[in-house]
Ligand binder design. Structure first.
Ligand code: SAH
Ligand code: SF4
Length: 354
Protein backbone atom coordinates (compact mmCIF):
# COMPACT_ATOMS: atom_id res chain seq x y z
CA UNK A 1 0.00 0.00 0.00
CA UNK A 2 1.45 3.42 -0.86
CA UNK A 3 2.19 5.72 2.07
CA UNK A 4 -0.05 8.73 2.72
CA UNK A 5 1.26 12.24 2.20
CA UNK A 6 -1.42 13.70 4.49
CA UNK A 7 -0.02 13.87 7.98
CA UNK A 8 3.51 14.74 6.88
CA UNK A 9 4.93 18.05 8.06
CA UNK A 10 7.26 20.02 5.82
CA UNK A 11 10.33 18.57 7.50
CA UNK A 12 8.95 15.02 7.10
CA UNK A 13 8.43 15.66 3.39
CA UNK A 14 11.95 16.98 3.07
CA UNK A 15 13.28 13.87 4.76
CA UNK A 16 11.05 11.39 2.98
CA UNK A 17 11.12 12.53 -0.62
CA UNK A 18 14.77 13.40 -0.95
CA UNK A 19 15.21 10.38 -3.20
CA UNK A 20 12.32 11.40 -5.45
CA UNK A 21 12.43 15.19 -5.53
CA UNK A 22 15.01 17.88 -5.00
CA UNK A 23 14.53 19.51 -1.60
CA UNK A 24 13.06 22.78 -2.87
CA UNK A 25 10.07 20.88 -4.23
CA UNK A 26 9.01 19.89 -0.73
CA UNK A 27 7.19 23.13 -0.01
CA UNK A 28 5.39 22.91 -3.36
CA UNK A 29 4.16 19.49 -2.40
CA UNK A 30 3.19 20.71 1.10
CA UNK A 31 1.19 23.57 -0.45
CA UNK A 32 -0.45 21.23 -2.94
CA UNK A 33 -1.80 18.83 -0.34
CA UNK A 34 -2.77 21.23 2.45
CA UNK A 35 -3.47 24.60 0.85
CA UNK A 36 -4.64 23.62 -2.64
CA UNK A 37 -6.09 20.48 -1.11
CA UNK A 38 -5.43 18.35 -4.20
CA UNK A 39 -6.64 14.81 -3.79
CA UNK A 40 -4.20 12.95 -5.99
CA UNK A 41 -0.55 13.20 -6.89
CA UNK A 42 -1.58 13.42 -10.56
CA UNK A 43 -3.26 16.78 -9.95
CA UNK A 44 -0.11 18.44 -8.60
CA UNK A 45 0.69 20.35 -11.76
CA UNK A 46 3.52 22.33 -10.13
CA UNK A 47 5.51 19.11 -10.40
CA UNK A 48 6.75 17.72 -13.73
CA UNK A 49 4.94 14.73 -15.16
CA UNK A 50 7.78 12.27 -14.62
CA UNK A 51 8.25 13.47 -11.04
CA UNK A 52 4.55 12.98 -10.38
CA UNK A 53 4.74 9.44 -11.74
CA UNK A 54 7.72 8.64 -9.54
CA UNK A 55 6.00 10.14 -6.51
CA UNK A 56 2.75 8.31 -7.25
CA UNK A 57 4.56 4.98 -7.27
CA UNK A 58 5.38 5.47 -3.59
CA UNK A 59 2.73 7.80 -2.18
CA UNK A 60 -0.93 8.66 -2.32
CA UNK A 61 -2.38 11.87 -0.87
CA UNK A 62 -4.56 9.81 1.45
CA UNK A 63 -8.03 11.34 1.52
CA UNK A 64 -10.73 9.17 3.07
CA UNK A 65 -13.54 7.92 0.85
CA UNK A 66 -17.19 8.60 1.51
CA UNK A 67 -19.14 5.54 2.54
CA UNK A 68 -22.31 7.42 3.40
CA UNK A 69 -23.57 10.89 4.29
CA UNK A 70 -26.55 11.38 6.61
CA UNK A 71 -28.27 14.76 6.36
CA UNK A 72 -30.24 16.07 9.35
CA UNK A 73 -33.31 18.25 9.00
CA UNK A 74 -31.38 20.93 10.95
CA UNK A 75 -28.60 21.14 8.34
CA UNK A 76 -26.09 19.01 10.24
CA UNK A 77 -24.33 16.33 8.18
CA UNK A 78 -22.83 13.12 9.50
CA UNK A 79 -20.10 11.62 7.33
CA UNK A 80 -19.17 7.96 7.47
CA UNK A 81 -15.68 7.91 5.96
CA UNK A 82 -13.60 4.92 4.89
CA UNK A 83 -9.88 4.83 5.67
CA UNK A 84 -7.17 3.10 3.65
CA UNK A 85 -7.41 -0.12 5.68
CA UNK A 86 -11.19 -0.28 5.22
CA UNK A 87 -12.04 0.88 8.75
CA UNK A 88 -14.62 3.67 9.01
CA UNK A 89 -14.93 6.75 11.21
CA UNK A 90 -17.36 9.62 11.50
CA UNK A 91 -17.04 13.37 11.13
CA UNK A 92 -19.86 15.90 11.55
CA UNK A 93 -20.48 19.22 9.80
CA UNK A 94 -22.55 21.80 11.66
CA UNK A 95 -23.39 24.96 9.74
CA UNK A 96 -24.49 27.91 11.85
CA UNK A 97 -24.81 31.11 9.88
CA UNK A 98 -21.32 32.35 9.11
CA UNK A 99 -19.85 30.06 11.75
CA UNK A 100 -19.27 26.51 10.64
CA UNK A 101 -18.04 23.76 12.91
CA UNK A 102 -16.47 20.47 11.94
CA UNK A 103 -16.30 17.74 14.57
CA UNK A 104 -13.75 15.01 13.88
CA UNK A 105 -12.78 11.66 15.34
CA UNK A 106 -9.35 10.92 16.81
CA UNK A 107 -9.76 7.16 17.25
CA UNK A 108 -11.83 4.40 15.63
CA UNK A 109 -14.19 3.75 18.54
CA UNK A 110 -13.15 4.69 22.08
CA UNK A 111 -11.57 2.75 24.96
CA UNK A 112 -13.14 4.98 27.64
CA UNK A 113 -16.27 3.38 28.95
CA UNK A 114 -18.63 6.31 29.65
CA UNK A 115 -22.07 4.94 30.41
CA UNK A 116 -24.01 7.65 28.54
CA UNK A 117 -22.08 7.47 25.24
CA UNK A 118 -22.84 5.30 22.22
CA UNK A 119 -19.23 5.42 21.00
CA UNK A 120 -18.18 3.59 24.17
CA UNK A 121 -20.17 0.56 22.99
CA UNK A 122 -17.76 0.15 20.05
CA UNK A 123 -14.65 -0.28 22.17
CA UNK A 124 -11.36 0.84 20.63
CA UNK A 125 -10.38 -0.41 17.18
CA UNK A 126 -7.31 1.75 16.67
CA UNK A 127 -5.83 5.23 16.85
CA UNK A 128 -6.10 7.50 13.84
CA UNK A 129 -2.98 8.89 12.19
CA UNK A 130 -2.48 12.66 11.94
CA UNK A 131 -3.25 12.34 8.22
CA UNK A 132 -6.53 10.57 8.92
CA UNK A 133 -7.57 13.35 11.32
CA UNK A 134 -6.71 16.00 8.70
CA UNK A 135 -8.35 13.95 5.93
CA UNK A 136 -11.73 14.12 7.65
CA UNK A 137 -11.49 17.92 7.79
CA UNK A 138 -10.39 18.32 4.17
CA UNK A 139 -13.21 16.04 3.04
CA UNK A 140 -15.88 18.00 4.92
CA UNK A 141 -14.49 21.39 3.84
CA UNK A 142 -14.59 20.32 0.21
CA UNK A 143 -18.01 18.68 0.38
CA UNK A 144 -19.47 21.91 1.77
CA UNK A 145 -17.66 24.28 -0.59
CA UNK A 146 -15.74 25.87 2.27
CA UNK A 147 -12.57 26.19 0.29
CA UNK A 148 -12.27 29.96 0.80
CA UNK A 149 -12.36 31.63 4.21
CA UNK A 150 -11.26 28.64 6.22
CA UNK A 151 -10.16 30.96 9.02
CA UNK A 152 -13.74 31.13 10.22
CA UNK A 153 -14.16 27.39 10.57
CA UNK A 154 -14.18 25.87 14.07
CA UNK A 155 -12.66 22.45 14.55
CA UNK A 156 -13.57 20.30 17.53
CA UNK A 157 -11.84 17.01 18.35
CA UNK A 158 -15.07 15.71 19.85
CA UNK A 159 -15.97 12.85 17.55
CA UNK A 160 -15.18 9.23 18.25
CA UNK A 161 -12.33 8.61 20.63
CA UNK A 162 -10.38 10.12 23.51
CA UNK A 163 -7.95 12.61 21.93
CA UNK A 164 -5.53 12.58 24.85
CA UNK A 165 -5.00 8.84 24.35
CA UNK A 166 -3.72 9.67 20.85
CA UNK A 167 -1.96 12.91 21.74
CA UNK A 168 1.12 12.84 19.44
CA UNK A 169 -1.05 12.40 16.36
CA UNK A 170 -3.58 14.98 17.54
CA UNK A 171 -0.80 17.53 18.12
CA UNK A 172 0.78 16.80 14.76
CA UNK A 173 -2.57 17.26 13.02
CA UNK A 174 -3.07 20.53 14.93
CA UNK A 175 0.30 21.92 13.82
CA UNK A 176 -0.54 21.26 10.17
CA UNK A 177 -4.11 22.57 10.50
CA UNK A 178 -2.96 25.77 12.22
CA UNK A 179 0.02 26.39 9.95
CA UNK A 180 -0.67 29.42 7.71
CA UNK A 181 1.30 27.60 4.99
CA UNK A 182 -0.62 24.40 5.70
CA UNK A 183 -4.40 24.15 6.02
CA UNK A 184 -4.40 27.66 7.51
CA UNK A 185 -7.11 27.32 10.16
CA UNK A 186 -7.14 29.68 13.12
CA UNK A 187 -5.42 27.98 16.09
CA UNK A 188 -7.88 29.74 18.40
CA UNK A 189 -10.73 27.89 16.75
CA UNK A 190 -9.44 24.37 17.35
CA UNK A 191 -10.66 22.66 20.53
CA UNK A 192 -10.03 19.27 22.05
CA UNK A 193 -12.35 17.61 24.53
CA UNK A 194 -11.10 15.02 27.00
CA UNK A 195 -12.67 12.74 29.56
CA UNK A 196 -9.77 13.89 31.77
CA UNK A 197 -6.58 11.84 31.26
CA UNK A 198 -4.62 13.75 33.88
CA UNK A 199 -0.99 13.04 32.89
CA UNK A 200 -1.77 13.97 29.31
CA UNK A 201 -3.31 17.32 30.32
CA UNK A 202 0.10 18.49 31.56
CA UNK A 203 1.72 17.17 28.38
CA UNK A 204 -0.79 19.07 26.24
CA UNK A 205 0.05 22.26 28.13
CA UNK A 206 3.70 21.91 27.14
CA UNK A 207 3.01 21.83 23.40
CA UNK A 208 3.91 25.00 21.52
CA UNK A 209 0.99 24.64 19.10
CA UNK A 210 -2.04 23.11 20.77
CA UNK A 211 -5.82 23.17 20.67
CA UNK A 212 -7.93 24.79 23.35
CA UNK A 213 -8.85 22.44 26.17
CA UNK A 214 -12.34 21.27 27.10
CA UNK A 215 -12.89 18.81 29.93
CA UNK A 216 -15.87 16.50 30.35
CA UNK A 217 -16.80 16.96 34.00
CA UNK A 218 -20.22 15.30 33.85
CA UNK A 219 -20.67 14.82 37.60
CA UNK A 220 -20.41 16.86 40.77
CA UNK A 221 -18.88 14.21 43.05
CA UNK A 222 -16.22 11.52 42.76
CA UNK A 223 -18.76 8.79 43.51
CA UNK A 224 -21.10 9.85 40.70
CA UNK A 225 -18.27 10.46 38.27
CA UNK A 226 -16.81 7.01 38.87
CA UNK A 227 -20.17 5.42 38.13
CA UNK A 228 -20.72 7.36 34.93
CA UNK A 229 -17.13 7.40 33.71
CA UNK A 230 -15.36 4.33 35.10
CA UNK A 231 -11.98 5.53 33.81
CA UNK A 232 -12.12 8.26 36.45
CA UNK A 233 -11.57 5.65 39.17
CA UNK A 234 -7.91 6.33 38.47
CA UNK A 235 -8.30 10.10 38.53
CA UNK A 236 -10.08 11.88 41.37
CA UNK A 237 -11.85 15.20 40.91
CA UNK A 238 -9.30 16.85 43.20
CA UNK A 239 -6.47 15.63 40.96
CA UNK A 240 -8.35 16.64 37.82
CA UNK A 241 -9.03 20.14 39.10
CA UNK A 242 -5.43 20.39 40.31
CA UNK A 243 -4.25 19.62 36.77
CA UNK A 244 -6.66 22.29 35.49
CA UNK A 245 -5.34 24.86 37.95
CA UNK A 246 -1.76 24.16 36.85
CA UNK A 247 -2.69 24.24 33.15
CA UNK A 248 -0.87 27.10 31.38
CA UNK A 249 -3.71 29.03 29.76
CA UNK A 250 -2.74 31.48 27.04
CA UNK A 251 -3.82 35.11 27.61
CA UNK A 252 -6.87 34.77 25.35
CA UNK A 253 -7.91 31.36 26.58
CA UNK A 254 -10.36 29.94 29.11
CA UNK A 255 -10.95 26.32 30.06
CA UNK A 256 -14.26 24.79 29.02
CA UNK A 257 -16.02 22.28 31.23
CA UNK A 258 -18.69 20.10 29.62
CA UNK A 259 -21.45 18.60 31.70
CA UNK A 260 -23.88 16.04 30.26
CA UNK A 261 -27.21 16.34 32.05
CA UNK A 262 -28.88 13.01 32.84
CA UNK A 263 -32.42 13.21 34.15
CA UNK A 264 -32.62 12.45 37.86
CA UNK A 265 -28.96 11.39 37.99
CA UNK A 266 -26.73 14.49 37.96
CA UNK A 267 -29.13 17.32 37.12
CA UNK A 268 -30.33 18.64 40.49
CA UNK A 269 -29.83 22.15 41.84
CA UNK A 270 -27.56 20.61 44.46
CA UNK A 271 -25.36 19.21 41.68
CA UNK A 272 -25.24 22.66 40.08
CA UNK A 273 -24.12 24.26 43.35
CA UNK A 274 -21.43 21.61 43.76
CA UNK A 275 -20.19 22.29 40.23
CA UNK A 276 -19.89 25.97 41.12
CA UNK A 277 -17.86 25.07 44.19
CA UNK A 278 -15.59 22.69 42.27
CA UNK A 279 -14.84 25.23 39.56
CA UNK A 280 -14.45 28.26 41.82
CA UNK A 281 -11.33 30.28 41.01
CA UNK A 282 -10.81 28.61 37.64
CA UNK A 283 -10.80 30.79 34.55
CA UNK A 284 -13.50 28.80 32.77
CA UNK A 285 -16.86 28.50 31.11
CA UNK A 286 -19.36 25.67 31.44
CA UNK A 287 -21.19 24.01 28.54
CA UNK A 288 -24.24 21.98 29.50
CA UNK A 289 -25.31 19.17 27.17
CA UNK A 290 -28.73 17.61 27.70
CA UNK A 291 -28.37 13.88 27.06
CA UNK A 292 -28.66 12.82 23.45
CA UNK A 293 -30.40 9.48 23.69
CA UNK A 294 -29.65 6.25 21.89
CA UNK A 295 -30.41 2.54 22.01
CA UNK A 296 -28.56 0.90 24.90
CA UNK A 297 -28.08 4.15 26.80
CA UNK A 298 -29.77 3.73 30.20
CA UNK A 299 -30.47 7.42 30.81
CA UNK A 300 -33.07 10.00 29.89
CA UNK A 301 -32.93 13.59 28.71
CA UNK A 302 -33.95 16.15 31.36
CA UNK A 303 -36.80 18.59 30.68
CA UNK A 304 -35.81 22.01 29.36
CA UNK A 305 -36.97 23.60 32.62
CA UNK A 306 -34.52 21.47 34.62
CA UNK A 307 -31.71 22.42 32.23
CA UNK A 308 -32.57 26.11 32.63
CA UNK A 309 -32.61 25.87 36.40
CA UNK A 310 -29.19 24.17 36.40
CA UNK A 311 -27.84 26.81 34.04
CA UNK A 312 -29.18 29.74 36.07
CA UNK A 313 -27.40 28.54 39.22
CA UNK A 314 -24.03 28.18 37.46
CA UNK A 315 -24.45 31.41 35.53
CA UNK A 316 -24.37 33.41 38.73
CA UNK A 317 -20.70 32.46 39.15
CA UNK A 318 -19.33 31.85 35.65
CA UNK A 319 -20.43 31.89 32.01
CA UNK A 320 -22.65 28.89 31.34
CA UNK A 321 -24.18 27.88 28.02
CA UNK A 322 -26.49 25.10 26.90
CA UNK A 323 -25.12 23.32 23.84
CA UNK A 324 -27.76 23.13 21.16
CA UNK A 325 -28.25 19.53 20.05
CA UNK A 326 -27.35 19.17 16.37
CA UNK A 327 -28.29 16.32 14.08
CA UNK A 328 -29.95 14.06 16.64
CA UNK A 329 -32.26 12.64 13.96
CA UNK A 330 -29.29 11.17 12.07
CA UNK A 331 -27.24 10.23 15.14
CA UNK A 332 -24.78 13.04 14.62
CA UNK A 333 -25.05 14.72 18.03
CA UNK A 334 -22.56 14.47 20.95
CA UNK A 335 -22.28 10.92 22.19
CA UNK A 336 -24.23 9.44 19.28
CA UNK A 337 -21.37 8.50 16.96
CA UNK A 338 -21.48 4.75 16.54
CA UNK A 339 -21.73 4.34 12.77
CA UNK A 340 -25.50 3.97 13.09
CA UNK A 341 -27.01 2.79 9.78
CA UNK A 342 -30.13 4.09 8.03
CA UNK A 343 -31.95 0.93 9.06
CA UNK A 344 -31.01 1.42 12.72
CA UNK A 345 -32.06 5.09 12.52
CA UNK A 346 -35.50 3.93 11.38
CA UNK A 347 -35.72 1.30 14.12
CA UNK A 348 -34.86 3.81 16.84
CA UNK A 349 -35.94 7.19 15.49
CA UNK A 350 -35.01 10.37 17.36
CA UNK A 351 -36.46 13.76 16.52
CA UNK A 352 -34.16 16.68 15.76
CA UNK A 353 -34.69 19.75 17.93
CA UNK A 354 -36.88 22.31 16.15
N1 SAH B 1 -13.99 11.66 24.20
C1 SAH B 1 -13.99 13.05 24.44
C2 SAH B 1 -14.55 13.85 23.28
C3 SAH B 1 -15.79 13.32 22.58
S1 SAH B 1 -17.30 13.35 23.42
C4 SAH B 1 -14.74 13.39 25.70
O1 SAH B 1 -15.42 12.53 26.23
O2 SAH B 1 -14.61 14.51 26.18
C5 SAH B 1 -17.80 15.07 23.41
C6 SAH B 1 -18.75 15.40 24.56
O3 SAH B 1 -19.99 14.69 24.44
C7 SAH B 1 -18.18 15.04 25.92
O4 SAH B 1 -18.27 16.13 26.77
C8 SAH B 1 -19.10 13.92 26.40
O5 SAH B 1 -19.20 13.92 27.80
C9 SAH B 1 -20.39 14.27 25.70
N2 SAH B 1 -21.32 13.14 25.54
C10 SAH B 1 -21.03 11.82 25.47
N3 SAH B 1 -22.16 11.10 25.33
C11 SAH B 1 -23.19 11.99 25.31
C12 SAH B 1 -24.61 11.85 25.15
N4 SAH B 1 -25.19 10.67 24.99
N5 SAH B 1 -25.34 12.97 25.15
C13 SAH B 1 -24.77 14.20 25.30
N6 SAH B 1 -23.44 14.38 25.44
C14 SAH B 1 -22.66 13.28 25.43
FE1 SF4 C 1 -15.07 8.05 24.77
FE2 SF4 C 1 -15.79 10.62 25.10
FE3 SF4 C 1 -17.64 8.73 24.61
FE4 SF4 C 1 -16.39 8.80 26.97
S1 SF4 C 1 -17.77 10.38 26.12
S2 SF4 C 1 -16.77 6.97 25.73
S3 SF4 C 1 -14.36 9.44 26.36
S4 SF4 C 1 -16.04 9.39 23.24
Amino acid sequence: MPDALLGLELVDIQNRIGSVLPGYRASQLYTAIYKQRLRSVDEISTLQRNVRAELASQFEVGWPELQQRFDSTDGTRRYLLRLSDGKTVEAVFMPDGARNTICVSTQVGCPVDCKFCLTALMGLERNLTAGEVIGQILYVLEDNDLTGGVQRVNIVFMGMGEPLLNLPNVLKATRILADPNGVGLSPRRITLSTSGIIPRIAELGEARVRPKLAISLNASSDAARRELMPITRKYSLAELLGACRRYPLRPWEKLTFEYVLLRGVNDTDLDARRVVRLLANLNCIVNLIALNPGPGIPFETPDPARVSSFQSIIQKSMPCFVRKPRGRDVYAACGQLKRVSQKEIEQFPILAEP
